[in-house]
Write a new protein. Structure first.
Length: 538
């Protein structure tokens, strides 16, 4: 750095010095996320924008839409799942059907972005190198929040453009609400990243806040049919539905979201200015004087047990919610042939209730694929952060190190599906064996997605994160939106979930299950061979 440059930096106002280098860090963050952000935005936008056409085919007449609204007023379980309906227009039905889940996906995207470019960078030591140059104290946090804002803004633009045909005013309110919820959880992650010393813990705690928001909204919506419950108003997801897009919009609720974003952002900025780089306000407790982890598997379990616990609780509760709404499935569909066909495409040609059970459990299987990818990619995180190097410098081989994490990833996937089945059977109260079998049959397809992540980690470590999440997102999109759009079977069969027997109701196909298990095993074997032969990423 030249003397002139140093002097120019020194005479800047204090506020300017705090943000020096923000533009450069922002460009760098956007370059790093050039795959991650488009994938998340595209999956979310496609999910929402496919809804108007689907809903038009399901509820094509005013009488059908009015009947739907009457059913939602009396079915508390379905309101807990997707929220109340405020109007019978296609735009309002789209906001009802996709709003909560689109907001949750935007929140997950935002928190991942912020933690990746703040606490992850500090934990890996890269932020210390960056901070040694002309970079202000608050520049990394500002760049991370701006990156999240770019992603949420892009999503909002796509949603506004795609839904404007249903009403520009409602489309604007809906798009701003989704982006606002995303930014709210971005600032939540920014605060948590200052409090914790671990990026993993920061992601887990922020995801826990999101889960609590979903539970509060669900509890509030099950109690009232108009979103007026106190519990609903305690949840940011409840704020989104109370914007009432396409149904006499409440613009002041958007101001509430914006105020929360600004308040949390101010807290995050204050905290980041009061701590040293790499430190936290909630430091990690020192470990015992003598180590108690004697194997690579024990270390992997110690690193991932919090994640397994969180997913286990979430899947059990999701099973309870889905099981509770099964009895009302036939009433919701009624005589609507289009809705019946969609459920049959998702859950098979069995009786409607069995098809509904298969469809809901299939959705849980799709979400379990996200768990297995995140757990497998812990290998990539350990490797790129440098934490794997001292472990491998001892008597632990690469395969033993990787196997410890993979046992948790693949075994954990089976465990959470079993818990989901237990919760579903507990709430449904019927056909316990059929429900558990339907959950367990999802596991081979989940393992195939996990095997693809292992393959990418072993052969393409630098592109593993973005590509593996892209595969999981594509499979989720096919399974979620494909049946509603009546996508050809040849396209749906690109997903391993498209080949599973639709239990309960259909006959068990052991040959298909064994083939999928074999594919998963082959993918893992090739991936581990790549891990064994290639240089470690540093």
């Amino acid at each position: 750095m030249t003397a002139a440059t140093t002097n120019a930096f020194a005479v800047r106002p204090a506020g300017s010095r705090q943000l020096a280098g923000t533009g450069t860090l922002l460009r760098f963050a956007l370059r790093r996320d050039r795959v991650l952000i488009p994938v998340w935005v595209a999956v979310n936008a496609l999910m929402v924008l496919s809804m108007p056409g689907t809903l038009a085919s399901l509820y094509g007449t005013a009488a059908e839409r009015a009947d739907l609204m009457r059913q939602m007023e009396t079915n508390s379980s379905l309101r807990a799942m997707v929220g109340p309906v405020f109007d019978d227009s296609l735009g309002a039905l789209t906001a009802w059907r996709a709003g909560v889940y689109a907001a949750a996906l935007a929140a997950v995207m935002s928190l991942l972005i912020v933690v990746r470019h703040t606490r992850d960078e500090e934990e890996s030591g890269r932020q210390e190198l960056v901070a040694s140059g002309m970079v202000g104290r608050r520049a990394p946090l500002t760049a991370a929040l701006l990156t999240a804002a770019v992603a949420d803004g892009l999503l909002a633009l796509l949603l506004f453009a795609g839904l404007s045909a249903q009403g520009a005013t409602g489309a604007l309110a809906f798009a701003l609400g989704i982006a606002g919820v995303g930014m709210l959880f971005a600032t939540t992650a920014a605060i948590v990243a200052q409090l914790t010393e671990s990026a993993r813990l920061a992601r887990g705690l922020t995801a826990g806040v999101l889960g609590a928001a979903f539970v509060l909204r669900a509890a509030g919506d099950s109690a009232t049919a108009d979103g007026s419950s106190v519990l609903t108003w305690l949840s940011p997801l409840g704020w989104l539905e109370n914007v009432r897009a396409f149904a006499d919009e409440r613009w002041w609720v958007l101001l509430l979201i914006a105020g929360a974003v600004l308040a949390q952002g101010a807290v995050a900025y204050e905290l980041t200015g009061r701590r040293d780089l790499g430190m936290s306000f909630l430091p990690t407790r020192p470990g015992p004087a003598h180590g108690r982890l004697g194997t690579a598997g024990a270390l992997a379990w110690r690193l991932q047990r919090g994640s397994v616990l969180g997913w286990s609780i979430g899947f059990f509760l999701a099973g309870v919610v889905y099981g509770g709404m099964t009895e009302g499935a036939a009433d919701l569909v009624g005589d609507n042939e289009q809705a019946r066909q969609i459920i049959e495409r998702m859950g098979g040609q069995a009786a409607l209730t069995d098809a509904f059970v298969a469809a809901m459990i299939g959705m849980l299987g799709l979400i379990a694929a996200l768990y297995v990818v995140s757990s497998v990619l812990r290998l990539t995180g350990e490797e790129t952060s440098g934490r794997a190097e001292p472990v491998l410098a001892g008597a632990v081989g690469r395969l033993r190190w990787a196997a410890g994490h993979l046992v948790i990833a693949f075994g954990g996937a089976a465990w959470i599906m079993l818990l989901a089945g237990a919760g579903y059977a507990l709430a449904y109260g019927k056909d316990v064996g059929g429900v558990l079998g339907a959950c367990l049959v999802q596991i081979p397809a989940v393992w195939v997605i996990g095997g693809a992540a292992v393959l990418l980690h072993g052969l393409l470590p630098r592109a593993a994160v973005g590509t593996a999440w892209g595969v999981a997102g594509a499979v989720l999109l096919l399974g979620w939106v494909g049946p509603a759009l009546d996508v050809p079977a040849t396209v749906l069969d690109l997903s391993p979930f498209g080949h599973l027997p639709k239990l309960p109701g259909a006959e068990m196909s052991w040959g298909t299950v064994l083939v999928l298990c074999g594919i998963a095993g082959a993918l893992v074997a090739v991936g581990l061979a790549g891990v064994r032969r290639r240089d470690m990423t540093t």
